[in-house]
Design a protein around this ligand. Sequence first.
Ligand code: LMR
Length: 443
Amino acid sequence: MAMTELSTPKTTSSFLNSSSRLSLSSKLHLSNQFRHLLLLPPLHTTSNSKISCSVSQNNQAPVAVQDNGSVKTKKECYGVFCLTYDLKAEEETKSWKKMINIAVSGAAGMISNHLLFKLASGSVFGPDQPIALKLLGSERSIQALEGVAMELEDSLFPLLREVDIGTDPYEVFQDVEWALLIGAKPRGPGMERAALLDINGQIFAEQGKALNAVASPNVKVLVVGNPCNTNALICLKNAPNIPAKNFHALTRLDENRAKCQLALKAGVFYDKVSNMTIWGNHSTTQVPDFLNARINGQPVKEVITDHKWLEEGFTESVQKRGGLLIQKWGRSSAASTAVSIVDAIKSLVTPTPEGDWFSTGVYTNGNPYGIAEDLVFSMPCRSTGDGDYELVKDVEFDDYLRNRIAKSEAELLAEKKCVAHLTGDGIAFCDLGPVDTMLPGEV
Ligand code: LMR
């Protein structure tokens, strides 16, 4: 690997505020220690030279971001990722694709800790896809973010070409092609759901604005932070320049959970379960659709003849799986959520197998199912693998399914009213009713 340039900045990372700055020079000092041990020539670390962060073929100059009159510069990098390489000199990278920028919020959290290493390994976007990770955290988590970046360094992933860390979405989201929005506040003891919607809604409104201002115009956004459907709606409403179709709320975890439960009941391995739709909200009103799902290509209701179990036991077990997991673990799902994020991304970047589909929460704009428009609602989708999707048209409905879907739809309409002040829909009015307004993890 040919190193053509390395230098350090006079100051520390401009992503960080003065109280929580990264010392890039100390990281480089460590790097030199290791280089000495490896009998490599030392890196140059003159204190007044410019830092060069891009390590990809598509070397881009730093971009200035105009925000309310102030110009913010970008971009800063972490440790070893500040080296500049001449990839042309590397035989094995000649067939690599153009680098993509991936932002992850809540990057110091448990879900991210599982996810980031999968992204960096190449198992999500492929073994010929170099990536840059843009990690967004809070002021409080900045030390932990450094720790994450250090572990990424130590993992020596060849495809991981840049790691940037920061606390300002306007800087971290610069030019990103994917934004995986995981960070959100959990509901505290005694906190009203309306308050949770408002607190997290503010975060996603701001992140939507930031994406709108600085991300790649065709950025794909996956909202994981709960309540993810309404957060995704808020986010897209604050990003009018980005196609609304590009925003997703993660319901793939629910799809995976549903497949697992059906497989267990039918006594088959879970790869035999297909065509699994989760309809609606990522909450206890979500509808795992056993009418259209298949086991070994057969309708589920023909394979599992205990229809009472399907309507009650199965449905509730999927709706409340997150809560049960919290009882066992003492915290929310993290590893399985990260896996489902990987599945959700792969479903968009690889062609959907013939006859099958996947679930994702997407914007209801001209949907063929009669679901209220202007919501983020989980529905069955197919993709050609270009990052985009189409809704599946040939799905069946019966009264049970329609009634259940209507309940989840009502819940999302009520949530939407609570956040009207954040979506540009006027004054918020919040009446969520006494029941069925829980996240899967709430008991
Ligand atoms: C899950 O489904 O496991 C999570 O969304 C639970 C939660 O509330 O964090």
